[in-house]
Design a protein around this ligand. Structure first.
Ligand SMILES: *[C@@H]1O[C@H](CO)[C@@H](O)[C@H](O)[C@H]1NC(C)=O
Ligand SMILES: *[C@@H]1O[C@H](CO)[C@@H](O)[C@H](O)[C@H]1NC(C)=O
Ligand SMILES: *[C@@H]1O[C@H](CO)[C@@H](O)[C@H](O)[C@H]1NC(C)=O
Ligand SMILES: *[C@@H]1O[C@H](CO)[C@@H](O)[C@H](O)[C@H]1NC(C)=O
Ligand SMILES: [Zn+2]
Length: 391
């Protein structure tokens, strides 16, 4: 508790000053102490961030030719090793994302290429370490890299492809991006294909959820429609995550999570990792650290602090609030939450312990299902007694 006590001491001293000069000095001292307490906390509990699109930028800028960039310092993106270090990032989930226009075409190959570039970047630079288990993530002293797939179109409706992605180190998958898949629904209405009514998660969609539970792959509901999210929360045996979504009650964007779902997520012991993109945080304006912190306060009110994380979406989105422009800026946000009286325990959870707990529980469900066969599930619908095989 030391850093927080220090911060409060800093505020108390400001009650007494009799001169403006002393008063100003006092505010500055108090702010410095807040900064110090945030940095101390983050040294003790390095951040695990739920969503980053550097791999997409490597595709766009260099067609994945890693030799053409120095990952220590890249000027035209929001993520590089120097700034991850400055931001006290100890773990980063990197998204293997391919566009919806690749669905039913070359999505699987393109996803393989994005996984490949993340694996290369995390093995060629000694500052990074690729991890595939909660224990390796917990104990890593480098910037631990986790691979997640963003968008179920990547598996081309094949559980075999899903299993092979797991073998390549993928430990979470968002069920959709901005397009529906044949088996799950997106929050976005950008694309017309596979749209449907009243069937937000098909029988095959349920099989994907069951297979992810069996494999020990985290289910990511960011980008899914609320109906799909609800359907998944009803059947998933493991906690789920929203890897980069904010609070709908604070900013009414379809990508954010409404209170109703937050309450179900709390029951599920899952996690919402708050997205810092201006469009989801400030709803139109650019926003500032204060409005971003409002999302954390709101979610804490609804779910408790144990269901919150950060999934900033750097390099996926382009517009961020003043003071939160890149991966070096996380301490400013933590400082604001210290200022808002978040406790050390709450902030430790927010920074990394909540994510580690969810990852461990996902692995525990995998271990419980060790006898289960691939691609088999009990249908819960009218075929209740039938066991369905999917491949
Ligand atoms: C979907 O559900 C609504 C309301 O329950 C119902 O009116 C509608 O007919 C349903 N549509 C289909 C295609 O089943
Ligand atoms: C942040 O933005 C809000 C309006 O969106 C404003 O009221 C507030 O004063 C700003 N806070 C800071 C610290 O700039
Ligand atoms: C959280 O709840 C408290 C007490 O119920 C209330 O005073 C506060 O305004 C709430 N904060 C947010 C951000 O909803
Ligand atoms: C934080 O706690 C202090 C002392 O308990 C109190 O004076 C202050 O108003 C609180 N700040 C917020 C933002 O809740
Ligand atoms: Zn996204």
């Amino acid at each position: 508790m030391l850093p927080l006590q220090l911060a409060k001491l800093g505020k108390l001293q400001c009650i007494h000053p009799s001169f403006i000069f002393v008063f100003m000095l006092c505010i500055m001292t108090s702010r410095t102490q807040l900064t110090e307490s945030a940095l101390k906390l983050m040294t003790k509990y390095p951040l695990i961030d739920g969503h980053n699109d550097l791999a997409l930028q490597l595709r766009i800028l260099q067609n994945n030719r890693l030799r053409l960039v120095d990952l220590h310092s890249i000027s035209n993106v929001a993520t590089d090793i120097n700034r991850l270090r400055a931001g006290h990032v100890g773990g980063q989930v990197f998204a293997a994302y391919v566009m919806c226009t690749a669905q039913d075409k070359d999505a699987v190959r393109l996803t393989l290429e994005q996984i490949d570039v993340i694996r290369r970047m995390c093995s060629e630079y000694p500052e990074f370490e690729l991890v595939t288990s909660a224990e390796a993530l917990r104990t890593s002293e480098k910037i631990a890299c986790l691979i997640s797939i963003e968008g179920g179109h990547a598996i081309d409706s094949s559980l075999a492809a899903l299993r092979m992605f797991y073998q390549l180190g993928v430990r979470s998958m968002a069920l959709t991006h901005t397009c529906n898949t044949p088996w799950a629904e997106s929050s976005s209405k950008l694309y017309q294909f596979y749209s449907r009514e009243n069937n937000s998660l098909t029988d095959f969609g349920e099989a994907v959820v069951a297979e992810m539970n069996r494999l020990g792959m985290m289910i990511d509901l960011s980008h899914s429609s609320w109906d799909t999210a609800k359907a998944v929360l009803e059947i998933s045996r493991a906690p789920v995550i929203f890897s980069h979504s904010s609070a709908f009650a604070v900013c009414g964007h379809e990508r954010n999570v409404p209170d109703e779902l937050l309450r179900v997520l709390k029951e599920n012991k899952g996690l919402v990792m708050v997205n810092l993109h201006s469009g989801f945080v400030a709803c139109g304006g650019k926003g500032n650290i204060s409005i971003a912190a409002d999302h954390f306060d709101h979610i804490k009110n609804v779910t408790g602090a144990e269901s919150i994380g950060i999934g900033a979406d750097f390099d996926g989105a382009s517009k961020f609030p003043y003071g939160l422009e890149d991966v070096s800026k996380y301490p400013a946000l933590i400082q604001e939450l210290v200022h808002r009286n978040w406790t050390e325990e709450e902030l430790a959870g927010l920074l990394r312990l909540n994510f580690l707990r969810v990852f461990q529980q996902v692995e525990q469900v995998r271990d419980e299902l060790v006898e289960a066969l691939p691609g088999k599930k009990r249908s819960r619908s009218w075929r209740q007694q039938m066991s369905v095989d999917w491949f």
